[in-house]
Design a protein around this ligand. Structure first.
Ligand SMILES: [Zn+2]
Length: 263
């Protein structure tokens, strides 16, 4: 089956970007149009390029909760989305970013979080909000918060109660820096960091440059003495992919027992 012309299905700019770079840039505010675009792009990608990853750029100021929840579900279902955080991903943009199966952050990137705001019911003049409506509004707000804490917990090494304590009320905002997002294992760095000795820490194999977390990345653990010989690192630092570990270990005139980790 021939692929349909994507630009007929989605906003022309998003389609052009996707065709050229496999990249989706979220609009400044997430709304129903953004949901429709992402639905078309991800169903197109699943059908016509099932092995390629889709980059989602998540800088922006938030948006409507229903469209955002729908986008989060689409992205989790697609499973091959990489979230890129340049600038600040505030509330809804942060949720979309957290839903991506791999996440990356730039040096000045930050995640902005706050509790969900209560929905506002538009009333005729003089008409009051009923007690039942107030309870429904509060239940919806609590549900949004719980979904957010669960999503952030699944994307990091912190649990839901940690996120609950960290998240301020809806009128405020807490910014989580790139360094902290990396420390809590929520993001890979898009910039070189340095270790205790001032050496750059790269999220890639030092042998062949393959990025960590690539689709076919396999973690291999070898004893410290073997690691020192093949990597040159005293302190078990540094990164080598399975291919480079095997290649280098094969050059040693000795047996080497390694452990493979499948995740
Ligand atoms: Zn390698």
């Amino acid at each position: 089956m021939e692929a349909p012309d994507l630009s007929k299905l989605v906003e022309a700019r998003a389609a052009a970007d996707f065709d050229m770079f496999r990249r989706v840039v979220l609009p400044e505010e997430i709304d129903h149009h953004a949901y429709v675009d992402i639905l078309h792009i991800l169903s197109y990608a699943s059908k016509f390029m099932p092995h390629e990853r889709v980059q989602i750029f998540c800088n922006g100021g938030g948006g409507d909760a229903d469209s955002t929840n729908a986008i989060v579900d689409l992205i989790q279902q697609h499973e091959k989305c990489d979230g890129y955080l340049f600038g600040t991903a505030l509330s809804a943009h942060g949720l979309v970013w957290a839903a991506c199966s791999r996440r990356f952050v730039s040096r000045r990137g930050a995640l902005g979080i706050h509790q969900a705001a209560a929905a506002v019911i538009v009333k005729e003049e003089g008409e009051k909000t009923t007690a039942t409506e107030k309870r429904l509004i509060e239940a919806a707000r609590i549900r949004s918060d719980n979904l957010m804490f669960a999503l952030f917990a699944a994307a990091s090494d912190k649990d839901e109660s940690w996120w609950r304590k960290r998240t301020p009320g809806s009128g405020m905002c807490e910014l989580i820096s790139a360094e902290e997002l990396i420390a809590i294992e929520m993001a890979n760095a898009l910039f070189p960091r340095v270790d205790w000795y001032g050496q750059p820490v790269l999220n890639a194999c030092e042998g062949c440059g393959k990025p960590c977390g690539a689709d076919d990345w396999l973690d291999v653990i070898v004893p410290d003495d073997v690691w020192l010989k093949i990597s040159g690192h005293m302190d078990s630092g540094g990164i080598l992919c399975a291919g480079c570990i095997t290649e280098r270990a094969a050059l040693l005139n000795d047996y080497c027992v390694g452990r493979l980790i499948f995740e």
